[in-house]
Design a protein around this ligand. Structure first.
Ligand SMILES: [Zn+2]
Length: 241
């Protein structure tokens, strides 16, 4: 069986400053080597490298990266893994290369990364394609038209990307705030996810299992660092000369 590890924990966090975009990054160890599912964002970079380092996995040992979609918070760190093959759905590839993402005002596609992606000669996946011994690519369109999940067959575990964004939206079948594809597709993808899997790695939340009810499989804890020596001081007067 393939071993799955969450190397960066996803969080369902939003703020009035915008959403934080902390997605789950999963490492799977297979007979063919190590593979990553999504890569996190810029602000996660050091934590991603530290996490892999703590597991004794070097950057050059990552054989491939499977992207759920090409939003910055999932895809931007592909450039750290120069030896890895990049996999994404053919539909997502078309979404990027025929500029549909611009027509639907998808601001979260890192536009200038597209030419970099092309330079990596990505491998394009279709629905139900077997990508590794136990893992099948599954079209889950809606959040983006080319969103793709990855199903670990033996354990019925779905790495869902933002088609299964967080527990609240999944359980209540809420429309996610960001749908750049067809909303009907998004709803259908959520139902499909429920049909085919029991365990879920959502885009941005704790891993969970679901049959009739949700059971969280990992605990979430956000540690917010602040500079404790910092004190608010009364504004001083400045002379402008
Ligand atoms: Zn996301």
């Amino acid at each position: 069986m393939n071993r799955l590890r969450v190397v960066l924990q996803g969080y369902p966090l939003k703020s009035d400053r915008g959403w934080l975009g902390w997605c789950n990054v999963v490492l799977i160890s297979t007979s063919e080597g190590y593979f990553l599912f999504d890569t996190g964002s810029y602000g996660d970079r050091k934590e991603l490298l530290d996490s892999l380092g703590n597991l004794g996995v070097g950057l050059s040992e990552i054989k491939g990266i499977f992207l759920t979609h090409f939003h910055f918070d999932h895809a931007i760190n592909i450039e750290l893994f120069e030896n890895a093959k990049i996999y994404l759905s053919e539909r997502e590839y078309n979404y990027l290369t025929n500029s549909t993402f611009e027509k639907v005002s998808d601001l979260y596609v890192p536009k200038f990364m597209i030419s970099y992606l092309l330079s990596r000669n990505p491998i394009l996946l279709r629905n139900n394609e077997r990508v590794l011994d136990d893992i099948i690519a599954i079209d889950l369109p809606g959040h983006t038209p080319g969103s793709m999940g990855y199903l670990l067959e033996s354990t019925k575990t779905l790495i869902g990307g933002d088609a299964v964004k967080n527990i609240k939206e999944f359980y209540n079948e809420l429309d996610t705030l960001l749908v750049f594809g067809d909303i009907k597709d998004f709803r259908e993808s959520l139902k499909k996810a429920k049909r085919i899997a029991v365990n879920f790695v959502p885009g941005h939340d704790s891993m969970f299992s679901f049959e009739k009810n949700v059971k969280k499989l990992t605990d979430l804890e956000v540690i917010i660092y602040s500079n404790t020596n910092w004190k608010e001081t009364a504004p001083k007067e400045f002379k402008i000369t």
